[in-house]
Design a protein around this ligand. Structure first.
Ligand code: NAD
Ligand code: ZN
Length: 348
């Protein structure tokens, strides 16, 4: 049983940055496991915390260890926990649900009204060890590359969004070629979509979109969605829209390019109030669904099965650093010229 202290990336001061600190190894309760962290990935949320923006200032307690995308092995098991053994390869769901609200009781845990976030509301995974409730553990298939499990959290956002609607034979528009939009493109192709069009204005990311299997990676500075529809021989608009940029302009463009009865899933988080032309939504009978997190654990099941049946999301990982080089990792994320950035916590 590990005891003593460990290295961790801590939000120590109420200003830009993170600090590599020596902190106590977290204790586990009877229903928890202790996970020895092997690899972590940097999320957009971690960048908000790094930047200490308005959201971070009102959300993150200081000091606190951050991070919520990881893979590791079980190092210690609470006395009340069954079904796991020391050394099991695991990742974990970062939303810890209340277990008591109507949706939790009905088994719809992703709709919990009172979730707590690992690395947001409680100590996170950018550390040598993480304490996690056993009910949040995902047992990893060791035949899948370990690194991929360190991005299961955002891969789960992409999967939850992309598989919200039937995709077989459909034409899919994805606005935003960030890591999540990129993974959604690969998922949509895997799920049988006919055309997958991904938009962005970042040419580095648009190149990645092509690698991930997008039919067209559209730079919105160069061409319009109407041009692309014409080139592809589309006649009535996109059947499915996945908004993954958080940009109001992208959302408006999407609404204007959907077919009648088109279905839209909204994952991107707008930073301000946003007005749209509701007449288009009403007269074109669009369906709009908000997405938060992942379905527990149906999304996790789908992620693992898609990887077992040939889905390849590996091109989305573009940078790898040792955790002591975390500043380089954040620099890559802040530049915008990155997909997922991995930090290694052990050798191998
Ligand atoms: P990201 O910020 O890395 O990617 C967003 C991309 O959108 C960028 O590449 C940007 O250049 C592009 N973009 C900006 N304006 C655009 C426009 N008008 N048209 C097309 N593209 C445009 O983000 P990410 O990590 O991939 O996450 C995607 C979004 O999902 C973000 O808004 C994030 O906050 C949100 N998110 C939501 C959840 C949830 O549970 N709902 C979870 C994770 C992330
Ligand atoms: Zn609940």
């Amino acid at each position: 049983m590990p005891a003593g202290t460990m290295k961790a990336l801590v939000k120590k001061y109420k200003k830009t940055g993170l600090w590599l600190e020596e902190v106590p190894i977290p204790e586990i309760g009877i229903n928890d496991v202790l996970i020895k962290i092997h690899k972590t990935a940097i999320c957009g949320t971690d960048v908000h915390i790094w930047n200490w923006d308005e959201w971070a200032q009102k959300t993150i307690p200081v000091p606190m260890t951050v991070g919520h995308e990881y893979v590791g092995t079980i190092a210690e098991i609470g006395s009340n926990v069954q079904g796991y053994k020391i050394g099991d390869l695991v990742s974990g769901e970062g939303h810890i649900v209340c277990g008591k609200c109507r949706n939790c009781l009905a088994g719809r845990r992703h709709l919990c009204k009172d979730t707590k976030g690992v690395g947001v509301n409680r100590p996170g995974a950018f550390a040598e060890y993480l304490s996690l409730p056993a009910k949040n553990v995902w047992l990893a298939d060791p035949n899948i590359p370990k690194e991929i499990f360190s991005i299961f959290d955002p891969f789960g956002n992409a999967t939850h969004t992309a598989l919200s609607f039937k995709l077989l034979g459909e034409d899919v528009l994805i606005t935003g070629a960030g890591p999540i939009g990129l993974m959604a493109a690969a998922i949509a192709k895997h799920a049988g979509a006919r055309y997958v069009v991904v938009t962005d204005m970042n040419s580095y990311r648009l190149k990645l979109a092509e690698k991930m299997g997008a039919t067209v990676a559209l730079n919105i500075k160069e061409k319009t969605l109407a041009d692309v529809q014409k080139e592809l021989g589309m006649k009535e608009g996109f059947d499915i829209g996945l908004e993954m940029s958080g940009s109001g302009a992208a959302f408006k463009d999407m609404i204007a390019n959907m077919c009648h009865g088109g279905k839209i899933a909204l994952l991107g988080i707008p930073t301000a109030d946003l007005a749209i032309d509701w007449n288009i939504v009403i007269f074109n009978m669009l369906m709009i669904k908000g997405i938060y997190g992942r379905e527990m654990f149906e999304t996790w099941y789908m992620m693992q099965s898609m990887l077992q049946t040939g889905l390849d999301i590996s091109p989305v990982i573009t940078h790898r650093f040792h955790y002591t080089e975390f500043e380089k990792g954040f620099e890559a994320m802040l530049s915008g010229n990155s997909g997922k950035v991995i930090l290694n916590w052990i050798d191998g």
